[in-house]
Design a protein around this ligand. Sequence first.
Ligand SMILES: CC(C)(COP(=O)(O)OP(=O)(O)OC[C@H]1O[C@@H](n2cnc3c(N)ncnc32)[C@H](O)[C@@H]1OP(=O)(O)O)[C@@H](O)C(=O)NCCC(=O)NCCS
Length: 322
Amino acid sequence: MLADRNGVPFTPIRRLGPDDHRHCVALSVDRGWSPEEAKWSLLLQEAEAFGVDAPDGGLAGAVVLARYAPDLASAGMMLVAGRYARRGLGKALMTHLLARAGSATVTLFATDAGRPLYAKLGFRTVRRSVAFTGGFRLTAAPSGGRGGSRPATGADMAAILDVDKAAFGADRGYLLRRLPAFAERLRVLQAAQGVTGFAAAWRSGAVTVIGPVVAASGADARRLITDLAADVRGPLRLDLDPDRPELPEWALNRGLEPVSKTAVMAYGDSRQRGDPSRLFAPISVALALPPESAAPQASRTAATGPAEPRAGYWLTVTWFAG
Ligand SMILES: CC(C)(COP(=O)(O)OP(=O)(O)OC[C@H]1O[C@@H](n2cnc3c(N)ncnc32)[C@H](O)[C@@H]1OP(=O)(O)O)[C@@H](O)C(=O)NCCC(=O)NCCS
């Protein structure tokens, strides 16, 4: 029986809904994460969130399951309030989520804090992810629609969903359909044969996160990102696979720095779906920014491996491994 430090048992894990928004935000803040109000709103409406009530009010812990297909899902927003840490709540929440996911493969972005727990539960690391952030240096003119990207319109959504499904290998349309409202900008790459890629930019506190980025080539991904970045004021964030050649070195050369790393982990069958070479950035991984003056000078090691973030300054918030 799970209990708080006074031996008072926790109530059973329950499904969370929009009424729990305030407490979910408080959990993020409790762990030093960005409050992520908009993201919690989206997840509480569109995904399956589970939580445990804290005996002293609010939530003691939460986790979110997003299903994409009967055999594919992702987990995120795994949080246990600091005062209830290391009492088995994280394990209980993830075990509950895995039971709810049934036979689906579950993927997630793991922080260093989460990785040991996930490994014990049977998750395996399948790749790495590094957050690059900073002011983006524009060295080429945005394409302005000529042979490149243009703002998406409502009429593009069907093509966006097709492009995404072919790359991701499952239908994450219920989230992507929310992008026009959730994101500040959504752009598509238009080729003669139709839409071949898309990317979104959305705000997380002071940072503009670019993701998802789905494109047929590294050059197309760079075009989309450059065109989105042209309209961004303030720091930008891109989550990239440091072991792929197309974007990390380019991101460094545009002034972005590797500031935090996560491990993408999978539970269950991790066979390849879709065309992962077309997935350049996930929908979302967010962060809390340090004060401008305290920004770390991360080492420029994207080509050889992820930089070690400075502990305490940069905090990743995992969401979808999609
Ligand atoms: C990661 C987190 C959710 C773990 O929750 P928790 O309730 O403290 O974890 P539990 O008490 O259920 O621990 C479960 C098991 O993992 C182990 N474990 C948990 N955190 C660990 C850590 N940081 N290092 C090593 N082992 C750890 C525990 O020892 C325990 O092992 P056991 O079952 O053999 O005793 C919590 O630390 C947290 O919210 N951290 C901040 C947010 C975060 O990084 N979330 C993860 C996002 S991917």
